[in-house]
Write a protein that binds this ligand. Sequence first.
Ligand code: FAD
Length: 476
Amino acid sequence: MGDAKRAKIAVVGGGVAGASVALLLGELGLEITLIEQKESLLNGPPICHLHAGGNLYREISDAQCLQLLRESIEFVRLYPSAIDLRPTVIALPLRDKGTPKDLYPRLALLQKEYARLTVEDKQNEVLGSVEEYFKLFDKESVAALQKREIVANPKSFEEWMIPVAKMVDLEKVQFPLIMVEEYGINLFKLAATLTLSLQNLSNVELHLETEVQRIASKDELWELSFEKEGVEKSEVFDYLINAAGFQSGQIDDMLGFHRERFVEFKAAYISKFNSAIRMPEVIFQGERGTPQGMAQFTPYPEGYVQLHGMTEEITLFRDGLVKSSPLSAQPKLDKKFIEKIYKGWSASESAMRTKLAIEYVAQFIPAFKSAEVGAKPLYGAQQIPGKDATLRAAEVSFEGERYARCEIVKASSVLAMADAIALRLAGLGYLDDASVAKRDLQHLSSLKEESIVQLSRALAKQRDYPEAMADVLNKS
Ligand SMILES: Cc1cc2nc3c(=O)[nH]c(=O)nc-3n(C[C@H](O)[C@H](O)[C@H](O)COP(=O)(O)OP(=O)(O)OC[C@H]3O[C@@H](n4cnc5c(N)ncnc54)[C@H](O)[C@@H]3O)c2cc1C
């Protein structure tokens, strides 16, 4: 059995997975060293939607949707300040093969599970009232809302639907429209929350701008060699957590572990719309990867709107999805994607794809044609473990007793992931069984909102995004 005080745990990668596991294990009193090669935490692929209930993914199983619902509720309870509490409208274009009716059974199932979770614990009621988890709007009610005045701070589903009724081309969509409590996540606020709470934990050592270059296994210990500002150091750890995101396969390769996974490069685009109207998220369903892929309109403050178009010309990329091989656990992305990740985009490609995204969404929201490029895209590569590229709810896998691999696809899975790792650490004697899944996080709950806002704005600016994108549009 190990000694709780002496056990040293290394976490490689400071994305949402690594930073969250460092925070959750750090709060349990373990000695953690978090190593991130970039200059700040959560500086990889974007995180914008909570995906509570997986309502944006028609193609995934009910089981995955229920898992996403449960995990998202925990996530909202853990990081409330990073949640953008605005509903989502799901519209099915007339051209779509499906009908709104196809979505009802899943919505009812999710509502039932949400009801069960709120009975289990009243504090789980973080997605609005159970009765109003979702609402259907038929053509007549949308036409009636079209005549109402826009409300500056919408509260009810009806008030949120007014600008949608006025701006969406109602000749292009099927009825009813569906409004559901699917929220957003603000990446900058989440990064600020995690950074500040980790800085407050004296037992978590954070190494930024430090790249892990080699790992050797020695007498049941791990020797990590890392480089910071040209100086190489090495340190020995009892337990290793691989949270390297799309580069997790590189860590597996260093250790000779085989693992199947996909890596996918994707991008979302930032536009600026000259409109002070407060909109919900609006999605126009479509078949992923076809020229009719889903269009997503995600509002930020001050008229900034993030756009996805699930076509190869917009969010997805030809050859952007790659798979590991029997020789390497690291799927090989083409050089052009790696260059984008490390050096950025050319101004012309960034403008071209953003304009295509604006036109794509303007098919359904005609006034949106006047939108302009608002900032550089949000982009990056993510891993999907296993053999099924549509998997959306995944957490962690293990190799032997002393190696965990974080394999989340959606940010909301971080708690289930950290709990599974804590359970293994308890098995090694590093933690009491009673403290596994402890949620009383002192360093997180003592954070001041104004400090989070200040740092999230600073992070947006440092990364060259409008500071307004660091704020949330909560319903008040
Ligand atoms: C366009 C796009 C939109 C997305 N939208 C959403 C969304 O709305 N909601 C959602 O939940 N998810 C979304 N995702 C998925 C989400 O971004 C990822 O699943 C998530 O960021 C994975 O977190 P992670 O911590 O595992 O990996 P990452 O965020 O990739 O973090 C891994 C970290 O490890 C570091 N690292 C790697 N190797 C080393 C090394 N050798 N030494 C030191 N550091 C190293 C990297 O620098 C990186 O910071 C989106 C992804 C993309 C591409």
